[in-house]
Write a protein that binds this ligand. Structure first.
Ligand code: 5AD
Ligand code: SF4
Length: 451
């Protein structure tokens, strides 16, 4: 068989990546797109146009699993018809679970390439191997090994970027699959992060979002292991061109006073924090292995609000964790009201094979879960609408992301506090931070005019 060169192999081949799940996955997809573009593969906007289709999967809830298999199944006909001319690759969190690999092998044997979260940097090699050897490639690493640095990324936006600062999670919340799919915590070296952000700034990036499952336990080892998360924020804030720094996600048990001070002392650190509470009942929090109580969480929120009164706070809440009683659920409703969240992501508890909570025999019936979920959403939405109303008549600095998808002739952007704003303004504002007068608001967004 003739062995092609890299450029030969990529020649005229187009690709499309479908991403399921969180920002981590979105950023992984940007890196895969960057690697492929560097090899000469060409991105296209739809799966139908693509010679190579890649699914970057999520395993956080059962819905994500189902959606993936549903969408994958739709490609079978095309794959069997076009054979070598069409390549199907699957990767991401689901691939780190043996039962998923087994299902793929038995029910979707026509998939060409399978790889996991720990070896996504191998995608170009796996493609080369597939085309050279004409042989299916299944390569899933069980753990992370050395962090691979210097991978290119093809960003969705010119002016803002995700930056991974750490990988994995050590917390083992009893409902969560992430520690099993993403492995143990590993922090990148601070100097590698600084180099990446300097490069982003020189490319015109103004806003960075630092990503990790639990950024508060970042511990960067350079010469010595002494850079904590707040130190890293201060280091990055010194980079010219970077005007906004955000981060995701913070575990309440690890949030330091030093970080709270940084919200006051570092102008570039946006006044917004995502602080997942998951539940408002101490019994449920304990069973979830969250390692804080309702009282300590509320105290933390108070401390943050005292330090930075204008800060916006969002959260994640799971409804219907095994054993959750009506009283437990009411504690959650109560806590949501007491905190007064700007917004919340609400989830129905979903059994994840291999996690401790999946083995519990006191699972909550679907019907009750749904009823509670609807009640929670109603409470959350009315608080969000109220919080947004407070913005009416104020002027906010908004980073214009681009033209709005929902309303013609308007821009979409974010305030420092991460509120979505639709506003009218002259052409050419994309990527600029500009004052916007807020004229109206609803549950999920604000409306305004360029001031
Ligand atoms: N069921 C429902 N929601 C979950 N999450 C994580 N695991 C599960 C699960 N098994 C939610 C948590 C987490 C968010 C990213 O997803 O709220 O913070
Ligand atoms: Fe999952 Fe808990 Fe880790 Fe978040 S902190 S990724 S919920 S185990």
């Amino acid at each position: 068989m003739c062995i092609g060169t890299e450029t030969d192999l990529a020649k005229n081949r187009t690709f499309h990546i479908t991403t399921f799940g969180c920002q981590m996955n979105e950023h992984d997809s940007e890196i895969m797109a960057g690697m492929l573009a560097e090899k000469g593969y060409e991105p296209v906007n739809t799966r139908d146009e693509a010679d190579i289709v890649i699914f970057n999967t999520c395993s956080i809830r059962e819905n994500a699993d189902k959606r993936f298999f549903g969408t994958l199944g739709q490609l079978k006909h095309r794959k069997l018809e076009e054979r070598e001319a069409f390549t199907v690759c699957v990767c991401g969190c689901m691939m780190q679970q043996q039962h998923i690999i087994d299902t793929l092998k038995s029910k979707y044997p026509w998939v060409d390439i399978v790889f996991g979260t720990h070896n996504l940097h191998q995608l170009p090699i796996l493609l080369d191997n597939l085309y050279n050897e004409n042989k299916k490639q299944i390569e899933v690493w069980q753990d992370g090994g050395e962090i691979v640095e210097g991978l290119p990324a093809k960003r969705l936006f010119k002016h803002k970027s995700f930056v991974n600062i750490m990988y994995g999670c050590n917390n083992f919340c009893s409902y969560c699959i992430v520690p099993y799919t993403r492995g143990r915590e590993r922090s990148r070296r601070p100097e590698d992060i600084v180099t990446e952000v300097r490069k982003l700034a020189s490319d015109g990036v103004k806003e960075i979002t630092l990503l990790g499952q639990n950024v508060n336990s970042y511990r960067g080892c350079g010469e010595k292991c002494e850079t904590d998360f707040t130190d890293l924020i201060y280091m990055l804030s010194e980079i010219d061109g970077i005007e906004r720094i955000r981060f995701m996600t913070s575990h309440p048990k690890d949030l330091s006073d030093k970080l709270i001070d940084a919200f006051r002392n570092c102008d570039k650190l946006c006044k917004y924090i995502h602080l997942p509470v998951q539940a408002g009942s101490n019994d449920v929090l304990k069973a979830m292995n969250r390692k804080y109580t309702r009282e300590s969480y509320l105290k933390l929120v108070k401390k943050i609000r005292t330090a930075v009164p204008s800060i916006a706070i969002s959260t994640d809440i799971i409804v219907g964790f095994p054993g959750e009683t009506e009283k437990d659920f009411e504690d959650t409703l109560d806590l949501a009201r007491e905190v007064g969240y700007d917004s919340a992501f609400t989830f129905l508890y979903s059994i994840r094979q291999g996690t401790p909570a999946a083995k519990r025999t006191d699972q909550i019936p679907e019907e009750i879960k749904h009823q509670r979920f609807n009640r929670l959403v109603e409470v959350i939405n009315s608080i969000s609408a109220e919080k947004n109303r407070e913005y009416r008549g104020t002027t906010q600095m908004v980073l214009a992301d681009g033209v709005s998808r929902s309303k013609e002739g308007t821009y979409e952007g974010r305030t420092d506090s991460f509120k979505l704003v639709n506003f009218v303004g002259e052409p050419g504002l994309e990527g600029k931070i500009i004052p916007v007068k807020i004229t109206d608001s609803n549950t999920f967004s604000l409306t305004g005019e360029r001031e």
